[in-house]
Design a protein around this ligand. Structure first.
Ligand code: ATP
Ligand code: MG
Length: 276
């Protein structure tokens, strides 16, 4: 992944032009992708940035975590992927100011399979084309990816300008990043030359020797591409989705809320929301 980022400046996350489209990805399951998508988006929304989450995982965890039941909606990311609804129609407001979501449920897996069999020409650019139709309305667009390097993730990488990869501080963390790096380079060469790995985010950190070693390893390999902020293991982050809220609303002074606010500051790097 160092290759991918080779041309980046010292502040790789500076948004030169809005919207910044970010795929939150790591094919390893349970590393904090959805927790990061929801809470980093909420922290940027709190700073005044108009932020859209695209739930692109059939598990639909970002949607349910923000109290949106995609099963009751006519327009979800399944219909957007199939091309029968516009992305604009699929966007729902959340209870949090400036924070919106285009939700998903398990029908997204069938929609992906259908597109793969029927669209032989450009199945991987469908999300990008949908995002282009709403791009001007948003400062940040986050795509929550499933835990695999499948068609949905490739669509997300094709649409994104940047990848944020949450890395859980445990053994084998670096091995998974090598597979991710390979796919990123393939997409970059074939579908999306502007794609870069914006940042790695260390998640679920506990003060153990192992976690310290993993952090040191990731920083030694990826340097400036690793967010300075580390997300601590904090049970409040695991509890917030059951109340349908981000950590910023659920427990604003918790260590998890403070950490995601700090990541949002690093990411926006002094930029201000577009005036509308
Ligand atoms: P999947 O690959 O299934 O989509 P994921 O990578 O999106 O998973 P999450 O769902 O964000 O991972 O997190 C996995 C579990 O760990 C969830 O139960 C979540 O609430 C919990 N969790 C995530 N981050 C933290 C944290 N920093 N502290 C405590 N619990 C956390
Ligand atoms: Mg998830």
């Amino acid at each position: 992944m160092t290759d991918t980022a080779g041309s980046s400046s010292a502040t790789p996350s500076t948004p030169s032009t809005f919207p910044v489209v970010i795929a939150v990805a790591n094919q390893k399951g349970g590393v904090g992708k959805t927790t990061t998508t929801v809470n980093l988006s909420a922290a940027l929304a709190e700073l005044g940035f108009r932020t859209l989450i695209i739930d692109f995982d059939p598990q639909g965890n970002a949607s349910s975590g923000l109290d949106i039941d995609a099963r009751r909606l006519d327009a979800t990311m399944s219909e957007v992927l199939l091309g029968t609804e516009s992305l604009e129609n699929a966007i729902e407001a959340t209870a949090e100011k400036n924070l919106f979501i285009a939700p998903s449920d398990k029908t997204l897996a069938d929609a992906a399979a259908e597109v793969m069999t029927k669209d032989r020409v450009s199945p991987n650019t469908r999300l990008r084309r949908a995002i282009e139709t709403v791009a001007n309305d948003w400062d940040y667009i986050f795509i929550d990816c499933p835990p695999s390097l499948d068609m949905l993730t490739i669509n997300a990488f094709t649409a994104a300008s940047m990848i944020v990869a949450p890395v859980q501080c445990e053994y084998y963390a670096l091995e998974g990043l090598r597979d991710l790096s390979w796919i990123v380079n393939e997409v970059k060469e074939n579908l999306n030359p502007k794609l870069r790995v914006g940042h790695f985010l260390l998640t679920m950190f506990t003060h153990t020797t192992l976690a310290n070693e993993v952090e040191a390893d990731v920083r030694a390999n990826y340097g400036d591409l690793v967010f300075k902020t580390v997300i601590p293991r904090n049970v409040r982050l695991a509890e917030a989705p059951s109340q349908g809220k981000s950590i910023l609303k659920f427990d604003p002074s918790s260590p998890g809320a403070k950490a995601y606010r700090a990541v949002a500051k690093e990411m926006s790097n002094g930029a201000t929301p577009r005036t509308r």
